[in-house]
Ligand binder design. Structure first.
Ligand code: AKG
Length: 281
């Protein structure tokens, strides 16, 4: 496989790339069934908050699986997939390191995840993080597709406000700066969305009556990184070995960019922390 120069250029210019048919229908069917069986038997220890099969909240019946690659060979094989390695290495000119897997089921009626920037949580230094997000079934606005804000990868981490808990299971939402627009990612099973850790992205609720929205995502950090947040250890190379050299990047509340109006023009002012941003408004 050879990654097209035009794909690399698009990713670098806009902060994301949608690749059609990177995984086969059979692979998607296998992964869908494998992880659905896993969550339906209780999650094998990877389900966020545990499974409550009787809950009224669809996300308690089908919670996300977090970090299954730490004990499950199928998730590990996905995270270290050669196709993902080739794309990410082409984007960053150096092989990245792998730190996270998540499986989302998003059943009918489930809430989405408000707009956010992954680098806020991974805290990679130097460099950033990136994601490889695989549609395991057909996904559109009806069942809660991902939306990305093209070109937002050049922004600093923005100060998040409160998300609407009726629409999002996470509590924070970053604003979209003037001049940028979210774009829905309509995907077929087997399509993969690559995106940069600073890119603003998120997903809406699943408003369909019967369709799930099953996906698996791997998260990666640049090969030159020296620090990452504690949650993401152990850090893997693509050959499956783990890296000892990285150290934990502690959470210090972090600076963030506040969107403010200056003489009728929107600008980003850096605040020392979200608390400082809240006090400023
Ligand atoms: O799948 C979703 O709805 C959100 C996933 C996401 O934000 C991520 O993988 O960074």
């Amino acid at each position: 496989m050879r990654v097209l120069d035009s794909d690399v250029a698009f990713y670098r210019a806009h902060g994301y790339l949608l690749v059609s048919g990177l995984f086969s229908t059979e692979e998607c069917e296998f992964l869908r069934t494998y992880f659905t069986d896993m969550v339906e038997r209780g999650g094998d220890g990877w389900a966020e908050g545990g499974v409550d099969a009787e809950s009224d909240d669809p996300l308690r019946r089908y919670p996300r699986l977090l970090q299954p690659h730490r004990g499950d060979e199928v998730a590990l094989k996905f995270m270290l997939d050669e196709r993902i390695r080739e794309y990410l290495t082409s984007f960053y000119e150096r092989e990245p390191l792998a730190v996270q897997t998540m499986v989302y089921f998003k059943p009918p009626g489930a809430r989405g995840q408000a707009l956010h920037q992954d680098q806020r949580y991974l805290r990679v230094d130097p460099g950033t993080c990136m994601a490889a997000w695989l549609a395991l079934e057909d996904i559109d606005e009806g069942n809660g597709c991902m939306s990305v804000v093209p070109d937002s990868h050049e922004l600093p981490m923005l100060c998040a406000g409160e998300a609407n808990y009726e629409l999002s299971f996470t509590g924070e939402q970053v604003p979209i700066p003037e001049g940028l627009q979210p774009v829905p990612m309509i995907m077929k099973a087997g399509d993969m969305l690559f995106f940069n850790g600073s890119l603003i992205h998120g997903s809406g609720p699943n408003e369909s009556e019967t369709r799930f929205r099953k996906i698996i995502v791997g998260h990666y950090i640049e090969g030159e990184a020296e620090k990452v947040a504690k949650y993401y250890f152990p850090v893997y190379r693509f050959d499956g070995t783990t890296v000892d050299e990285l150290v934990e990047n502690p959470w210090d509340g972090g600076p963030c960019g506040l969107l403010v109006d200056r003489e009728g023009k929107q600008v980003i002012e850096m605040m020392g922390s979200i608390e400082e941003a809240k006090a400023a408004h």
